[in-house]
Design a protein around this ligand. Structure first.
Ligand code: THG
Length: 367
């Protein structure tokens, strides 16, 4: 389907930053967690180069926080994810797939520990609040599940640390990857973490006071003028080069973590009570398909996303984009394991592509 205009109503929620985003050269939005997410400013390619060279401010309010508080909050979060959360320290974020009883992926949030009685699940695009409430009811847990008015603003790119230090102070430089701390902005303490949906480095500021949204946005732009700050968004080129998965595009609840290369975030032998662990233990090593990378030497037009071989469908392209840096067309594809065990290449419309592991290694990307 070609791009069309989107009708905006209260169901397509705007964000606390939308006024500011609308005052830029924004070209397109998508809808994520029933809310607007910018996808393109100048152009995908221009946005990409700017992100890799300077610093961008991203309205990622769509990364909603599902807050779980109460005496059973650890228990509920552990039920939801097969990742062992018991060693997490306060202020730490864990990339933690959430899985159902069959091992299907419900979401792939960052689980942030604020205290033993308070977790935030910083979610991708699916209705985790409803899932969490259902589990809490079914298991009779003493928790409260809410979506607080928290609107993450990501600051990404090689100059992000310099900019965030100007606004929140030099102590941000000590924050380690996937850790964060509470820092003051105009009298309000908010969680600031070293994270973000790019591999260019940066921070995410979890604004918890909507009245400060414009002030925060404006200060980042005023103080970042000489760093060439501009508005941006998760960039399709950068995230494919970096191998970052997009829930709803590359994975959904019909996939298990093994197929998606998320094995490293699961502790099969952990002594934890997690809903999906019995199913995942049974599934380990038996997946019939695998998410892999495809690389082509020329631009591709994937009108038909199915991949076939000898008139049999052997896989499906889930995301793809032209990389202007490597001058290659990159794709993620869910491919049948049987095909992968016999072949290291595919042919689409007469063009040969090589199959490779994700994330792409620098070696396979270089010409
Ligand atoms: N930041 C915040 N919330 C989010 C995202 C984010 N919610 C939606 C979505 N992104 C969740 N999915 C991801 C996927 C990948 C990563 C983060 C969130 C990520 N992964 C690193 C990697 O794959 O190399 C590191 C993971 C790790 O080692 O723990 O960054 O971006 N707030």
């Amino acid at each position: 389907m070609a791009n069309k205009l989107l009708s905006i109503s209260r169901r397509t929620r705007s964000t606390v930053y939308t006024d500011r985003v609308e005052s830029t050269n924004i070209k397109a939005y998508t809808v994520y967690n029933h809310m607007l997410l910018p996808t393109e400013f100048e152009s995908l390619e221009a946005d990409y180069w700017h992100l890799c060279e300077h610093v961008q401010v991203w309205d990622v309010s769509v990364e909603r926080q599902v807050q779980i508080t109460g005496p059973d909050s650890n228990r509920l979060v552990q039920l939801m994810t097969p990742r062992d959360i018991s060693k997490a320290v306060v202020g730490q974020g864990l990339y933690a797939p959430l899985c159902d009883v069959d091992g299907g992926i419900i979401n792939d949030p960052i689980a942030i520990k604020h205290s033993d009685n308070c977790w935030w699940l910083s979610i991708a695009d699916s209705d985790v609040k409803l899932w969490a409430k259902g589990l809490a009811t079914g298991f009779g847990l003493d928790v409260k599940v809410t979506e607080p008015d928290v609107s993450p603003l990501a600051v990404q790119g090689p100059k992000a640390e310099a900019l965030v230090a100007r606004v929140f102070g030099e102590s941000v430089r000590d924050i380690r990857f996937f850790h964060g701390k509470m820092l003051d902005f105009q009298g309000t303490e908010m969680y600031v973490a070293r994270s973000g949906w790019s591999k260019q480095g940066g921070f995410e500021i979890y604004l918890n006071n909507p009245d400060l949204a414009h002030a925060l946005w404006d200060e980042l732009f005023e103080k970042g003028h000489d760093l060439q700050v501009r508005a941006g968004c998760p960039n399709a080129v950068e995230r494919l080069e970096s191998g970052l998965l997009s829930y709803g595009n590359d994975i959904d609840d019909s996939n298990n973590p093994f197929e998606c290369g998320l094995d490293q975030y699961i502790k099969l032998d952990a002594n934890i009570d997690s809903l999906s662990l019995p199913a995942l233990r049974a599934l380990a090593g038996k997946q019939s398909q695998q998410l892999v990378g495809l690389i082509f030497d020329q631009t591709m037009d994937f009108k038909n996303k199915k991949v076939s071989y000898n008139d049999q469908i052997v896989g499906e392209v889930t995301s793809n984009i032209w990389s202007p840096r490597f001058k290659k067309h990159l794709a993620f594809a869910m491919m049948q394991s049987e095909y992968l065990s016999n072949q290291s290449a595919i042919e689409i419309n007469g063009i040969i592509g090589i199959i490779t592991d994700l994330p792409f290694s620098q070696k396979v990307l270089q010409p």
